[in-house]
Write a protein that binds this ligand. Sequence first.
Ligand code: SF4
Length: 113
Amino acid sequence: MTEADLVRIAKFLQMKASEFERRYVYRTRNLLRLRMPRHTQCHFLLENGCSIHPAKPTQCRIFPYWPELVEDKKEWRKTAAWCPGIGKGPLVQIETAKEQAREMRQAYPGMYD
Ligand code: SF4
């Protein structure tokens, strides 16, 4: 996640950014990451979906239009095999998908340089 994601989500949860970070985030050399709880994929994934949907991290908002998927048909097909949302809903133009991929690159330069 980005620093802006952290601040936005903390605000959405009515928490101080520092408190949100202490409870839910860890830092690597280049990235901020959400901590993974023991028995589920994400602290914010509830039965009816993402509980922070309006403020969710950039990578969640942009998924599946990540550069590594948009630019690699094989990886796209592999992801589509398990993601129930891919192939459903309104058609998304390739330029829109590429634009999202560019936003992802800009948001996480440490991952794509
Ligand atoms: S969209 Fe992101 S923040 Fe929300 S539940 Fe899924 S992984 Fe967690």
